[in-house]
Design a binder for this molecule. Sequence first.
Ligand code: GUN
Ligand code: ZN
Length: 506
Amino acid sequence: MNFEITAKDVMGRIGKLKTPHGVVETPALMPVINPNLKFIPVKEMKRMGAQIAITNSYIIYRNENLKERAIEKGVHGLIESDLPVMTDSGSYQLMVYGDVEIDNTSIVEFQNQIRSDIVVPLDIPTPPDTSKSEAEKDLKETLEREREATELHAKIGGERLIAAPIQGAIYPDLRRFSAKKAAELKADFYPIGGVVPLLDSYRFPEVVRIILEVKSELPPSAPVHLFGAGHPMVFAMAVALGCDFFDSAAYALYAKDDRYLTVHGTKKLDELQYFPCSCPVCNEFTPEKLRKVPKDERQLLLGKHNLHVSFEEINVIKQAIKEKTLFDLVESRIRGHPYLVSAWRVIKEYRDLIELYDPSAKQGFFYTGIESIYRPAVQRHHRKILNLFLDEKRYVISAKPVLESNQTVHADFYLLPVFGVVVGEFYPGGHAELPEEEYIEEEALEEGFNCLLNFLRENADKSFELRLTKRWVDFIKSKGLKPKLPENAEIVEIVEIEGSSRIIER
Ligand code: GUN
Ligand code: ZN
C-alpha cells in the first residue's frame, strides 16, 4: 500500500503517499512547474510548504532541448526539484487544442524514461457540456488507454506510481462507471479529470456531485486528486469531500493577470488598498507600492503571495482535520461565493455516504448555518433517540427548562432545533452550540420537529406533554401540523418571565 491514512474528518483525511522520491503528506498542493519558464524555484516552493510538484511531460517531449535534458538528468534534474514530481500526459492540451502529436503508450513510456514519480496516461478530458453519447465514447477510449497504460507500467514502472484519471463529463452514472473501472485496474492514484471548465465557470454544485459519485465507487484507501483545482477557495470543500491532491497553475496564471488570491475569492490588484495577508510579499509591499513594480517582478511577487495563501490554507485544513472541525471550516469558506453555498447543499443528497466516512467521536457541535443540519452527527442523533427504551407511561418534553411551583426544574426530554428530542447531557444535543430558537432558521426548527414527530410515533403507547415556546407553537401552526400531531401528545405553551419559563395555558 502506497497510501496510509493517519487522521480523518468529514470525508477528508491526512495521509502519507509513498513515492520513489519520498513521502508526501496529504492534503497536498502540487505547484505546476512550466519547464519553459523559470518562475519560482522549487527550492523556494519547498520553503513555502510544497512537498511535491507537477509538470507536463508532453511539453518536455515536444521540445528537443528539454527532452534531451530530461532523459539525461531525469525530470527532477530538469526542473531542479528534490521533491517528488508528478507528470501530466498532454491530455490537457488535448482538451484545449483538440489534438496532440503523441500516443498513449509513447507518453507513458516517456514519463517512465524521465523517472516521473506519478505517471499519467493520455486520458480524454471530455468538456462538461458534451452529449452523453459522446462522453460515453470518450470514456470508453480513456478506459482502454488506462488498461493499456497500467499493463505497460506494470512491466516498466518499477516503484513509480501510475494514475487512472476519472472522466465522464457531468453524467453521474458515467463518473461512477469510470471510477469503478479505474479502481479495478488497481492504479496507485486517482485524479478526477475534466473539471477545470466547471471550476472556471463557478459550476461548483456539479463539481461536488462529480466528486461524491466518484467517491461512492472508489475504495476509501484510494488517493484522490482533483485535477486542475488550484484556487484556495475550493480546497476546504474538496478536502471535506475526500480529495487528497490539488495542482495549482492558478498561482501563476492569476499573477500574470494581476490577480490576488484569497481563501474567499479573487481580488484584482487594482482594487486593493490593503493586503489582507502577512506573507513576506504582503508585509513588504502595500498594494499601491506593488502596482508600481515593473510587470515581470510584480508577477513573480504576486505569484509568491498566491502560492503562500494556497499553502497556508492547506495547513488550516490539516489542523481542522486534526481538531475534527472541518465541517465548521467548510461552512465558513462556502460564504465566499453563493455557488459554493449551493454546492455544499448538494451533500444533503449524500448524507449516508458522508456518514460512512465521518468519524462519530467529536468534541461538540457548533452550528454555523442551515448547512450544519446535514452533518452526520444530526442523523446519528435522530436514530439514537428513536432507539431509546422508555419504561414510564407519561413524559414531559420541554423546549426550555420550566420552573415548577416548587422551584424545581422538570423535564424528561428537551426539544432543540436541529437535534429535536434530546436527553439532558445526551451527545451531541447536550453539547450543541446553537443560536437561540428565536433567531434560528426555520429549517433548523423543521429538522428538530421532524425528529419529535418520529419520536412520538415510535412511542405511540406513551403520552407526552409538550411544553413549547411561542416560536415553536407558531412554527407548528404555520406548518398546519397541529391537527396532525399524534394523539399521544398534548401541547402546552410556555412563556418566559424574568429569565425563567412558566406554563401559560393548560
Ligand atoms: N489537467 C486538468 N484536467 C485534466 C484532465 O482531465 N486530465 C489530465 N490528464 N490532465 C488534466
Ligand atoms: Zn500575501
